[in-house]
Design a protein around this ligand. Structure first.
Ligand SMILES: [Fe+2]
Length: 358
């Protein structure tokens, strides 16, 4: 490994003994600019493809990647098939042809671990993050090896998920919706599909296996079933692969419990308390199926909260959390490795792009 790359880069683990992420930095005295990194990637494509599958994530650190164009070029060096269609849940703004702000969700909101768009028939195969403005306080993008999560889950609970499958339900307001504060609010359907034409929305849903229902003229419900696990398309390994950790109504409160323990600040504790209380209130005041998002077993029966707690426990046990540095590019194998976001304070700009073969 070293002989092949010694002149341009040095390769190690970010955290000794931990396979992910693999750390690639410029070798001593070697050029650090983004164009040189791109050249090295072009010359070592097979090596990079093999390593990203093996480790699940690669962190390119110490290169002078500056701005969305250079980020896009580095990402294309890893995988040329960048895409810009997005049917996920986060509000995002485009900053170049293929690069978006990672999420416009409020800073206090955690993003739970998920493989990007896991509920679609053809999720992205790779995902890239770039640190344009380093966060001052927290705001990490933790990653988790979901192959290990599969192995670590209680086999009985895992088997039940595999047998029963998962149904995701999302409810979106439309262009006529009045702006009002909602801790769980998703973006509007016209923002997600980038059109106000319902026929275009319906065609896109059909293409992606999403059942759609228009409600009260302006509201849209999207429903889709997914398996709870998947086989990695290259290695064949089993992977925990679904959006339970994002969509289940009980998960935000559980997640805040872990974050409050980690961040140990008053804000995290306060939101832990508020989300727990609001989850309870919402459960009492919102009809099943009307939550901004929720998931059940495929037959519509509820997933026990104890199961969600177990999945969260296994995910947190395997979580790798490291601070961002300006210019970092993190390349992720979206078939095996999840990502999320820790709440933060102050400035932070992380950008994202993704590659797929559809
Ligand atoms: Fe994501």
């Amino acid at each position: 490994m070293e002989a092949q790359t010694a002149n341009a880069v040095k390769i190690s683990s970010l955290n000794p003994g931990q396979p992910l992420p693999l750390l690639i930095q410029p070798a001593d005295g070697a050029p650090k600019d983004a164009a040189s990194l791109r050249r090295w990637l072009d010359e070592n494509k097979a090596f990079i493809t093999e390593k990203i599958t093996e480790h699940g994530a690669i962190l390119f650190r110490g290169f002078e990647v500056d701005g969305p164009q250079q980020f896009e070029s580095v990402a294309q060096g890893v995988d040329p098939d960048l895409k810009n269609n997005y049917l996920g849940t986060s509000p995002r703004n485009a900053v170049s042809k293929y690069v978006f702000s990672a999420s416009e969700l409020p800073p206090f909101y955690p993003i739970m671990q998920h493989c990007e768009m896991s509920f679609l028939p053809n999720p992205p195969r790779k995902l890239f993050f770039y640190c344009h403005i380093e966060p001052e306080i927290n705001g990490e993008t933790p990653i988790v090896n979901f192959r290990q999560v599969y192995k670590d889950l209680d086999p009985k609970i895992r088997e039940e998920f595999e047998r029963r499958g998962i149904k995701n339900v999302r409810n979106y307001n439309g262009p006529a919706a009045k702006a009002k504060f909602d801790l769980w609010k998703l973006k509007r359907w016209d923002e997600m599909f980038l059109t106000t034409d319902k026929k275009v929305v319906e065609a896109e849903c059909a293409k992606n296996g999403l059942e759609f229902h228009w409600k009260d003229e302006d509201k849209l419900t999207l429903i889709n079933d997914q398996e709870a696990t998947k086989s990695h398309p290259i290695t064949g390994e089993k992977v925990w692969y679904n959006h339970l950790q994002v969509f289940h109504e009980a998960v935000a409160a559980i997640e805040y419990g872990y974050i409050a323990k980690r961040q140990k600040n008053l804000q995290a504790h306060w939101f832990n308390f508020v989300t727990s209380a609001m989850t309870g209130i919402k459960k009492l005041t919102t009809k099943d199926g009307d939550q901004a998002m929720n998931c059940t077993f495929r037959d519509g029966s509820p997933i026990p909260v104890e199961y969600v707690k177990h999945v969260e426990e296994v995910i947190w046990k395997n979580m790798v959390i490291f601070p961002w540095r300006k210019g970092d590019v993190l390349a992720i194998d979206n078939y095996s490795t999840s990502h999320g976001r820790m709440p933060y304070k102050g400035p932070r700009e992380i950008q994202v792009c993704w590659a797929a073969d559809n």
